[in-house]
Design a protein around this ligand. Sequence first.
Ligand SMILES: C[S@@+](CC[C@H](N)C(=O)[O-])C[C@H]1O[C@@H](n2cnc3c(N)ncnc32)[C@H](O)[C@@H]1O
Length: 329
Amino acid sequence: MGRRDDKYRLFSVEDLLTNEQIEAGKATASGERIGRRADLDSAEMYLSKEDHLLVRGVWPHSAKKSWMVSRIVDVVGRAMTGKWPQLGYIELYSGPGRLLDQSTGIELPGSPVEALRVRAPFDRYVFCDFDPDCVHALRERADREDVGSRADVRQGDAKGLSHLEQVAREFGRGTLVIAYLDPARPQDMTWATVEVLARQLPNVDLIINLPVNSLQRAISGPHSRDAEARAAGAFLGHRDPRQLMQWDRTHSHNVMGTIRAIRDFYDEKLKSLGFVQPGRRVVDYPRGVPYYDLLYASRHRLGVELWDRANPPDLPEPSLLDMGWTTGS
Ligand SMILES: C[S@@+](CC[C@H](N)C(=O)[O-])C[C@H]1O[C@@H](n2cnc3c(N)ncnc32)[C@H](O)[C@@H]1O
């Protein structure tokens, strides 16, 4: 795919970051910005300076999320190779396979590419995104990886039940599957997505981005924004998610209490599908404010133990090398 200037306006780095962000991050973003795209999820998208394919702009907390995911995928691959007839890996929100840290301008591998690079690669990978440009970019990038021939990259809506069933059918019931669900916003996923995977794949472990902050805001927002509350309800599988709001003695909204209620509710939903208490790491942004939780749901305690081993609570902040950055890559 060539440059997409024909389709998207190009911006300079100065357009993309506020002065504050540039000051704070000493931004030297290298990719060419192609702007926000409503059909995606309002993320800033760029063209990579390396391969001129689509790159997803992220802030450091998202890069850390990818890193934590790659650590658990690596640990499970190593621990489970030879113990199951087949190991499978699914991403339903794969993105283009490359991220641009907007605070530094450094490009990093996205979660699908990280998953292909683990020390004991899985037997089969299925990566999906509903955006054709992301699919195209990831397909090209997967092809360049050593185990790229094990990857099937395709377009599909993670809220489409027939798409989900089709993906799940491709893995035998005896396959240990890890499925990573990384919707950026509540409206991008529904509880049915989780339910279908859990029911069709008896040996699935789920890594889920639970966007607690957006869910809390959607639930507690004004009634004029009912659509957001409905999307939060669909995400959580809750008919009336405003019931999760918590109040303090002076009848003010207790934000942390609501976030805790969202977590408890979601954990119970997962348990109703046979999962044990999920492993959880909270990603703060800004510091001290829960932004989203990364959950590891398994039907076996060992799965959660592996998660804790891969991502202990006192895990230090990742370095660039931890996150897969190599000069010239
Ligand atoms: C947060 S990004 C994924 C980033 C990726 N996990 C990484 O770390 O490299 C979410 C992606 O989901 C895609 N998406 C949003 N809604 C979707 C849906 N309903 N079905 C499939 N893909 C969707 C967007 O196009 C976007 O590329």
